[in-house]
Design a protein. Sequence first.
Length: 168
Amino acid sequence: MLTSRTSLRIAQVGLVAALYAAITVLLAPISYGPIQIRIAEALTVLPYIFPPAIWGLYVGCLVANIFGGLGPWDIFLGSFLTLLAAIGTYLLRRTQRPWLAPLPPVFINALGVSAYLQFLVTGFTPGIKTYFFFVLTIGVGETIACYLLGYPLLLFLMKSHFFEKSGS
């Protein structure tokens, strides 16, 4: 039998997943491809203060990547990279340096997504130059989403004690 606390956690994870997927799909023109600013990546700072967000980010990315049109590699590998980034953000809680929270998504996605994206996007010849071009473009997009949007979101949520008030 589910307790009310467990039900609350499931709902919160579902909310994070729905927000991530909805933001990504609604902003599809800038969310997919070799040059992207996936605004929903701002949510990847949440595991720093709310560990259940790890699973919401994973599921949200999985759903969002279904709509991206790049197939199973992006759906499963991209979501796995988001899961790793979320776990990395969670692990940085111990540092008590919130400015580090966006680092795992920036680095893991820039290096990881670029490794397979060069084979999936038409118009590019896979190779070291293409890889580093994608590392640069994905890295800049991640930095914008995670530091310019996610980091202020994290500071606001920490200051407001949002997750403490919601019973988390």
